[in-house]
Write a protein that binds this ligand. Structure first.
Ligand SMILES: Cc1cc2nc3c(=O)[nH]c(=O)nc-3n(C[C@H](O)[C@H](O)[C@H](O)COP(=O)(O)OP(=O)(O)OC[C@H]3O[C@@H](n4cnc5c(N)ncnc54)[C@H](O)[C@@H]3O)c2cc1C
Length: 290
């Protein structure tokens, strides 16, 4: 019978004893954060944007489109938490987040430096209005986002329920420059090529990215492309109307206010979990938009 080996090595207990230092100091175990989850991957998209995935608490159930509080331990020893939309769909084993890097932002100035194996704090209490339950049934659903506001729709676009509920799903995403659209563009491309959901998405998911600063093939603000009717013409669909169209909105406070006015001009009314109607809104952040 061969001698027992140490897990993960081929060393026998005898050879291990011979090479071990006699005074190996015991390392103190790294303390776990409260509600800690482990980072499993990190991807930097631009110097202002990154996405990351973390382990999912076993007990966490959420509806695609909801947000949770996540963060790190602050210098004062207290958790520093911010609201973040869950960008992964509810069937995913892990949780994905898509984040801004605010240079002097209390959380993101640190969060942008996380690596695989690090821990973050995640309070497992999902909430939010960008959920299917908050809309009345319809023919088309419009996802309207600027910047990191695409995060809840990254979840909803990957949820089969979205394609069961609607004949057409239109993702309008606007950023200043083309590289800021890359996370969404790649996500849509992967979705269309996905073995499981690809067929479901085919012909139903219409992606309409635009830039406001960098010269690209498609430009303009979401509000302008809706109110001038350009997006309806480009996609060959009828103008928005109360009986067929539903919308979910996520961007800066100013963007949300402007889009609400446009949606109301098409006869859509704001809904909520408690009172489903034709559109719902969530702010992704307060402050300057695009
Ligand atoms: C419901 C909800 C969901 C959110 N989901 C996300 C998300 O999925 N991804 C994400 O990156 N942020 C999201 N945010 C914003 C997030 O909570 C933080 O504000 C952000 O992470 C910055 O944190 P901070 O502590 O570094 O700076 P903060 O002190 O929170 O913000 C500093 C300033 O940075 C700007 N800013 C903050 N967030 C953004 C942003 N996302 N895009 C552009 N400018 C911003 C604002 O001008 C703000 O005043 C969400 C906010 C809310 C209310």
């Amino acid at each position: 019978m061969p001698p027992p080996t140490y897990a993960g090595t081929n060393e026998t207990s005898e050879s291990k004893t011979l090479t071990q230092s006699p005074i190996a100091p015991a390392k103190p175990a790294k303390p776990h954060l409260p509600d800690s989850q482990t980072v499993t991957s990190v991807q930097h998209w631009t110097d202002r944007l990154f996405s990351f995935r973390v382990t999912r608490p076993q007990s966490l159930r959420f509806r695609s489109g909801e947000f949770v509080m996540i963060g790190l331990m602050g210098d004062n020893g207290k958790p520093l938490l911010r609201a973040y939309s869950i960008a992964s769909p509810n069937w995913d084993e892990e949780l994905e987040f898509y984040s801004i890097k605010v240079p002097d932002g209390p959380l993101t100035s640190k969060l942008q430096h996380i690596n695989v194996g690090d821990e973050i704090i995640l309070r497992p209490k999902p909430v939010g209005t960008l959920v299917h339950d908050a809309l009345l049934p319809g023919k088309r659903v419009w996802f309207l986002a600027t910047g990191t506001g695409i995060a809840p729709f990254a979840s909803l676009m990957r949820d089969p329920e979205t394609y069961e509920k609607y004949d057409q799903v239109i993702m309008m995403h606007t950023c200043r420059t083309a590289d800021e659209l890359e996370y969404g563009r790649k996500l849509v491309e992967d979705l269309q090529n996905d073995e499981l959901i690809g067929e479901m998405v085919e012909g139903k998911l219409l992606y309409y990215p635009t830039t406001t600063r960098e010269e690209t093939a498609r430009m303009g603000r979401i509000t302008d492309n809706l109110s001038t009717g350009k997006v309806f013409e480009d996609l060959g669909i009828p103008p928005m109307n109360q009986s067929e169209d539903r919308a979910m909105v996520c961007g800066s406070l100013d963007f949300n206010i402007d889009v609400k006015a446009v949606l109301e001009s098409f006869g859509l009314r704001e809904g909520a979990n408690s009172e489903p109607r034709e559109y719902v809104v969530e702010k992704a952040f307060v402050g300057d938009g695009i």
